[in-house]
Design a protein around this ligand. Structure first.
Ligand code: NAD
Length: 368
């Protein structure tokens, strides 16, 4: 079987023309080597569209396995149980999942429900003694995020946020180049994240369940991306909202927000978050010595990109497979990815979202 070996070999020579040696373990890839270490036994909570994608991707994981379900829809449980060979004793609903505490066969729960439910559900999972993996955004504001961090600490479990891009090979390669100084003094980041939202009755357009509109859902990629591409934390934000459809995008549900962030080094980020444009998924980073451009930059892939050194050719691997193997490494071996995916990382993004909403409301620059 040459394919996995080829993958590892490709990783050792970056497309920028300079041999960059990556330790495959830092990418958390399933390497094809024999693996007989611990396997993270995961239950998915919320068997919706993204939960379905994660479950499929986990079939290829070496270090993580889907072993349990939490759902409010019995028919889905029947289907998933058959598809993934899941025992009935590992299946729960939203009322009884606190009983996870008596189940030694589940290590972690991946919360993939609407944003407004993440905080309460994650805290219940933590109190049941299970590690929490929670989708982005981790909650609907920084206060919720902090409560989740505190609850997981108190319960002695890990809290990880579903930042799949932190494991994605081309993204990791650009972050490494930035760390090595290939772009020189960083000056500017542009992040554009958006798609056209469909059905007006979905939870994503319901403030209580979503916490906001495009910003919570897709704009967060530009926020998180600005931070990992520049490698700094912003100290101020400014933001402006544009709303062309106030019927679909009610009070508290943002359609389009342009926002800017300033960083301690003097670098600035200029970003766009929208529910009104399709195919908007682009990162651009420029420093005194060079640039990186990625488009698509955060979709399910393949990610495409180039730098002033050339095209990025790291292979596409299903993001959620890399992520879940990587998260097992974090939980069992305390090996961190190039950019953390822990609860504190999630809270940093939530604080910026809070500040962006405040900047839109007040029209003022908000200091962080
Ligand atoms: P979805 O609507 O397809 O699925 C949501 C699931 O939650 C459904 O199974 C639904 O039945 C269940 N649910 C439980 N209580 C509910 C309630 N009160 N109202 C509505 N649904 C309820 O949504 P999705 O696209 O799977 O998104 C779920 C989460 O995953 C969100 O937080 C979203 O931001 C995140 N997500 C992340 C990515 C990523 O790439 N990391 C991609 C898509 C979605």
């Amino acid at each position: 079987m040459g394919t996995r070996r080829n993958f590892i070999e490709k990783l050792t020579v970056a497309s920028v023309g300079v041999p960059l040696v990556y330790n495959p373990s830092t990418l958390f890839a399933a390497t094809g080597e024999h693996y007989d270490g611990p396997v993270l036994r995961v239950a998915i909570m919320g068997l919706g569209s993204y939960g379905t994608r994660v479950a499929k991707a986990m079939v290829s994981c070496k270090r993580a396995r889907l072993v349990g379900l939490i759902s409010g829809t019995p028919a889905k449980v029947v289907k998933w149980r058959a598809q993934y060979n899941i025992p009935e004793k590992n299946c729960y609903n939203y009322q009884n999942f606190d009983q996870l505490k008596d189940n030694p066969d589940i290590d972690a729960v991946y919360v993939i429900t609407p944003n407004g439910l993440h905080c309460e559900q994650s805290i219940r999972v933590a109190r049941a003694g299970k590690h929490v993996i929670c989708e982005k955004p981790m909650g609907i504001n920084a206060a919720e995020g902090q409560k989740m961090v505190d609850a997981c600490k108190a319960a002695g479990v890990k809290l990880l946020i579903g930042y799949r891009m932190h494991f994605e090979p081309k993204t990791v390669a650009v972050i490494k180049m930035r760390q090595e100084g290939v772009f020189g003094q960083l000056k500017f980041f542009q992040g554009q994240s958006g798609f056209v939202i469909g059905n007006p009755n979905q939870w994503r357009l319901n403030k209580k369940l979503s916490g906001g509109g495009a910003m919570m859902d897709i704009g967060i990629y530009s926020i998180n991306g600005a931070r990992y591409m520049l490698g700094e934390e912003p100290v101020w934000v400014t933001a402006q909202e544009t709303k062309t459809d106030p019927v679909k995008f009610k009070e508290g549900i943002d359609e389009t927000i342009q926002f800017q962030m300033g960083f301690p080094s003097g670098a600035v980020a200029s970003c766009l978050s929208t529910y009104a444009m399709n195919h908007l998924d682009r990162f651009f980073l420029n420093g005194s010595e060079g640039f990186a451009e990625m488009q698509p930059s955060t979709g399910y892939g393949p990610i495409e990109g180039r730098t002033h050194k050339g095209k990025l050719t790291q292979p596409h691997i299903t993001h959620q497979t890399l992520q879940m193997d990587g998260m097992a490494k974090i939980i069992f071996e305390d090996i961190q990815p190039i950019v953390p995916v822990d609860g504190e990382e999630g809270v940093k993004d939530m604080k910026i979202i809070d500040a962006i909403f405040l900047a839109v409301k007040t029209g003022k620059k908000v200091m962080l």
